[in-house]
Design a binder for this molecule. Structure first.
Ligand code: ATP
Ligand code: MG
Ligand code: MG
Ligand code: MG
Length: 437
C-alpha cells in the first residue's frame, strides 16, 4: 500500500479523553474512531489488525475441531424467555422492538440461539462431540464503557459452544478449548494466564479466565510466579488425545482472580513467588452442564436408547479487546510495537526523498520485490520531513522499517530498522530484501 493512496489518519496530539496507553495509541495511530460511547469505527489500519487476530483465532478453533457458523446480531426475546435470562440479564441487554412490536435484542452472547440450532438438528449421541463457534459483534450496554475498545459496548467476540453426551466428554471439550486458547494467545504475542474465575451470570461450575497481566487491567489477580512458566503446546498437539496433562500443568500453580482468591492458599506459597497484579480478561472458558439444554429441551438419545440433556460449555475470546490488550503489553514511548503475527503490514518502506528520480526508482523497485515475495508493505512515498516520517512509522509500530535515501543509495545501501529493539543495520538492497523475505 502506498501511503499516498492510503487512508491513514494519524493524530499529532494525544487525545484528552484517553486514559490508558492503548486507547491513546489506537486513536493517535488512526486505528479507531469513536462514534458513540463504547461504539467504534475501525479505520483501515485497525481493521487489518482485527482481521489478523480473527484469522489466528479461527485457525486455532479449527485446529481444535470447532466448526464455524455465523449467527445474527439480532435475536428474538422469545428464546431468552425459554432460558429465563430475558428478565435476569438486566440493563446490559439492549432491547429493541421491531415495527410489529415484536421484542428483539442485540445479542450479548449466544447460548440460547446455539442451543436452539442444536435442538433443531441433532438427535443422537453419535453426532457428538460437537463444537460450533462464530466471530460476531456483540452488544452489552456496559454501565461504564471506557478505555476505548477495551470495554466497548459493541465489541467483536469469538464464542464457541460445545455439546457432549455427559460430563466426562464435556470436560474433554473444555480441555480442547483450553489448549486452543493457550496456542491462540501465544500466537497473538501475549502471555495470557488461565486463572480460576467466578462464573457470573452465565453460571456453571468450571471456568477459567485467560488474563494478560497489565498495570491498567481492570481485574485484580493473584498468582504463583511459577504459573507464568508452563510451556505452550505446539501445533502438533493431538486434540483427539488426552489433554489433561497440559491443562494440569497450567492449572496446578496458584492463579486466581479477586472473586476466587483464597488468601490462605496464596499465603502458603513462598513469599518471593507470590505475585499480586492487575490483568485484562481476554478470554474465558466455561463448563456449565445442562443449564441451557434442560430449559430449552436440547436432548440426544444415548447409547442406552434413552434421552439425555446435553452437557454444554461456552468459550469466549474478546477479539476487539485483544487489539488494545496487545498494545498494553507491547509499546514504548514512541508508539505501538506490533507482534509480527498481527501487524497491519510487516514493513514500512520509507522514501526519504520522494520526488528524487533515483530514490523513487530504488523504492519502487524494493516495493515491487517485497510485494512479489508476498510481504505486506506500507510504502511511505509522500514528500515530507524525515523526522515526521520516522515518528509516524514508530507510532504505527510495523515490525520493520526499510529506510531509503539518496546518501545511502550513493553507496548502494539502505537502512533496515527493527521496531521492537531500535536496532539498525546498513545493507545492500539485495541483502535487505533477503533479510525480509
Ligand atoms: P468483563 O469481565 O471484562 O466484563 P465478561 O466476563 O463479562 O468480561 P465474557 O462474557 O466472558 O465477558 O465474554 C468473553 C470475552 O469477551 C471476555 O473475556 C472479554 O475478552 C470480551 N468482552 C467482554 N465484555 C467486553 C466489552 N464490554 N468490550 C470488549 N470486550 C469484551
Ligand atoms: Mg462483563
Ligand atoms: Mg469477566
Ligand atoms: Mg468473562
Amino acid at each position: 500500500m502506498r501511503l499516498s493512496r492510503s487512508f491513514l489518519p494519524t493524530l499529532r496530539d494525544t487525545p484528552k479523553e484517553a486514559e490508558i496507553v492503548s486507547h491513546r495509541l489506537m486513536l493517535r495511530a488512526g486505528l479507531i474512531r469513536q462514534q458513540a460511547a463504547g461504539i467504534y469505527s475501525w479505520l483501515p489500519l485497525g481493521k487489518r489488525v482485527l482481521a489478523n487476530i480473527e484469522r489466528i483465532v479461527r485457525e486455532e478453533q479449527d485446529r481444535a475441531g470447532a466448526i464455524e457458523v455465523l449467527m445474527p446480531t439480532l435475536q428474538s426475546a422469545d428464546l431468552w424467555r425459554e432460558s429465563g435470562r430475558y428478565d435476569d440479564y438486566g440493563k446490559e441487554m439492549l432491547r429493541i422492538k421491531d415495527r410489529h412490536e415484536r421484542e428483539m435484542l442485540y445479542g450479548p452472547t449466544n447460548e440460547e440461539m446455539i442451543t436452539d440450532i442444536f435442538r433443531s438438528y441433532v438427535r443422537s449421541y453419535k453426532e457428538l462431540p460437537l463444537n460450533l463457534y462464530h466471530i460476531q459483534w456483540k452488544f452489552r450496554d456496559e454501565v461504564r464503557p471506557r478505555f476505548g475498545v477495551m470495554r466497548g459496548r459493541e465489541f467483536l467476540m469469538k464464542d464457541a459452544y460445545s455439546f457432549d453426551i455427559d460430563e466426562a466428554a464435556a470436560r474433554r471439550s473444555y480441555n480442547r478449548m483450553f489448549v486452543a486458547y493457550l496456542r491462540t494467545f501465544d500466537r497473538l504475542g501475549v502471555k495470557a494466564i488461565p486463572m480460576r474465575a467466578d462464573s457470573g451470570p452465565i453460571g456453571g461450575d468450571a471456568t477459567h479466565e485467560f488474563i494478560v497481566l497489565a498495570a491498567t487491567g481492570e481485574s485484580a489477580v493473584f498468582l504463583d510466579k511459577e504459573a507464568l512458566d508452563a510451556p505452550v503446546p505446539g501445533a502438533d498437539t493431538d486434540f483427539s488425545g488426552d489433554l489433561t496433562p497440559i491443562v494440569s500443568a497450567w492449572t496446578t500453580k496458584y492463579a486466581a482472580t479477586e472473586e476466587m482468591h483464597d488468601k490462605s492458599a496464596f499465603e502458603a506459597i513462598p513469599e518471593d513467588r507470590r505475585l499480586e497484579a492487575r490483568g485484562i480478561e481476554v478470554g474465558q472458558v466455561f463448563y456449565f452442564g445442562t443449564k441451557y439444554s434442560t430449559p430449552l429441551g436440547a436432548k440426544v438419545s444415548g447409547p442406552d436408547g434413552a434421552d439425555h440433556d446435553v452437557h454444554m460449555g461456552s468459550y469466549g475470546i474478546g477479539v476487539s479487546r485483544l487489539v488494545a490488550a496487545v498494545i498494553e503489553a507491547s509499546h514504548d514511548d514512541a508508539g505501538i510495537i506490533w507482534p509480527s503475527s498481527i501487524a497491519p503490514y510487516q514493513v514500512g518502506l520509507i522514501n526519504l526523498k520522494a520526488g528524487d528520480a533515483n530514490t523513487d526508482a530504488a523504492c519502487d523497485g524494493l516495493y515491487q520485490r517485497l510485494m512479489n515475495a508476498g510481504i505486506e508493505v506500507l510504502y511511505d512515498d509522500v514528500d515530507g520531513r524525515a523526522g515526521a516520517k520516522f515518528a509516524t512509522m514508530d507510532l504505527i509500530g510495523l515490525p520493520w522499517q526499510l529506510i531509503v535515501g539518496p546518501k545511502g543509495l550513493a553507496n548502494g545501501e539502505v537502512e533496515l530498522k527493527r521496531r521492537a529493539t531500535g536496532e539498525r543495520e546498513t545493507l545492500t538492497l539485495d541483502a535487505a530484501v533477503n533479510r525480509l523475505v
